[in-house]
Design a protein around this ligand. Structure first.
Ligand code: P1T
Length: 387
């Protein structure tokens, strides 16, 4: 046995799960466009029999993502929502889930509008407040669902503290790591059982693919998720897997630029006389900054803020940008601006949104990798022209 130093993040990002193609030596994992595999004899094959069950391009991505999250097992899905749904499908009727009250609107929607119909119950609480988490746990609770930083208020949840609190009660913890990415934060190392991703976002990184993933270090959980991946069948196609696999190679570089740009934009907005509030975990005024410093490498590329004015001004401002594009989604190289109340979080009832602090005037930015000066100038002109 040699005592080899483990490979660094960027080396794993470029190489993990990807051997040169054994047939040709191709350095890039081929896009295996095939639905089935020829068997020399019934039941005898080379590890692949039918492409819903397994295919080589997906397997390479699953191994790559497992290596990046520091988990043993990765599974890929057709979207982030398919990954989320498959995690919930490991539960049974009567089980209870405690979920953060500031999560992606689609997560709230699938929990309340789909899974409640199958006898699961959900409590939405402020998971930054450990007492609230503890009070929400019942004898039926099987899972705590966390996003951190949260979408869209960029609150920070103490992953290690939540895990320590609920582990003694036999409750599993799933962390949606879409906003942070494994480059900035690795929830499994902080005690989480499952990491969930919308690979549509930073992992793909170029706004050209929709996908999802789940990573775990727990063999039993992996087996039940793998069974569901095949039985339910919400799997990604090979080209989608290739695109995400290509995306993760540059994840570290892109995240560094996203973080640097977001820091500059957040600091500028915090000084802007027309801005009332800025939510960015890297600002000294942010309540979760110390936790973020402990559990994250840097503070990420997402910002939300409110203008000192009515909702209509926020809507005008969001429509007046020239470099930022008005669009749903996040995590691509290009900067996006959005209005959560009418876009990404429109499926959450208004009173629930307001209780969680998501106001009608909140604007969300996905800060891209363009030149920070151009991004700042664009926001300034949009704020000025929205008066
Ligand atoms: O869009 P999809 O790949 O299905 O991922 C869903 C999802 C899951 N988790 C988080 C934290 C997310 O932000 C999302 C999707 N979010 C957006 C589209 C958005 O603009 O916030």
């Amino acid at each position: 046995m040699t005592d080899e130093k483990p490979l660094g993040f960027s080396t794993r990002a470029v190489h993990a799960g990807q051997e040169p193609d054994p047939a040709t030596g191709a350095i890039m994992t081929p896009v295996y466009l095939t639905s089935t595999y020829v068997q020399p004899a019934p039941g005898k094959h080379k590890g692949f029999d039918y492409a819903r069950t397994a295919h080589p391009t997906r397997l390479a991505l699953e191994r790559n993502l497992a290596a990046l999250e520091g988990g043993k097992f990765g599974l890929c899905f057709a979207s982030g929502m398919a990954a989320t749904s498959t995690v919930v499908q490991t539960l049974s009727s009567g089980d209870h889930v405690v979920c953060g009250n500031d999560v992606y609107g689609g997560t709230y929607r699938v929990f309340t509008k789909v899974f409640r119909r199958f006898g699961l119950s959900f409590s939405f609480v402020n998971v930054c407040d450990l007492k609230a988490v503890e009070a929400a746990i019942t004898p039926s609770t099987k899972l705590v669902w966390i996003e951190t930083p949260t979408n869209p208020l960029l609150q920070i949840v103490d992953i290690a503290a939540v895990c320590a609190l609920v582990k003694t009660k036999g409750v599993k913890v799933a962390v949606d790591n879409t906003f942070a990415t494994p480059y900035l934060q690795q929830p499994l190392s902080l005690g989480a059982d499952l990491v969930v991703h919308s690979t549509t976002k930073y992992l793909g990184g170029h706004s050209d693919v929709v996908g999802g993933a789940v990573v775990t270090g727990d063999a039993a959980l992996h087996e039940s998720l793998k069974f569901l991946q095949n039985a339910v069948g919400a799997v990604p196609g090979p080209l989608d897997c290739f695109l995400v696999l290509r995306g993760t190679k540059t994840l570290a570089l892109r995240m560094e630029r996203h973080c640097d740009n977001a820091r500059r934009v957040a600091e500028h907005l915090a000084r802007h006389p027309e801005v009332a509030k800025v939510h960015y975990p890297g600002l000294p005024s942010h309540r979760g900054r110390d936790i973020a410093r402990r559990q994250m490498r840097d503070f990420g590329g997402m910002i939300s803020f409110e203008l000192k004015a009515d909702v209509y001004r926020a809507l005008r401002m969001a429509s007046s940008c020239k470099v930022f594009s008005l669009a749903e989604s996040l995590g691509g190289v290009e900067s996006l601006i959005g209005h959560p109340a009418s876009m990404t979080h429109g499926s959450i009832p208004r009173e629930e949104r307001l209780k969680a602090g998501l106001t009608d005037g909140l604007i969300r930015l996905s800060v891209g990798i363009e030149d920070a000066d151009d991004l700042i100038a664009d926001l300034d002109q949009a704020i000025a022209s929205s008066k």
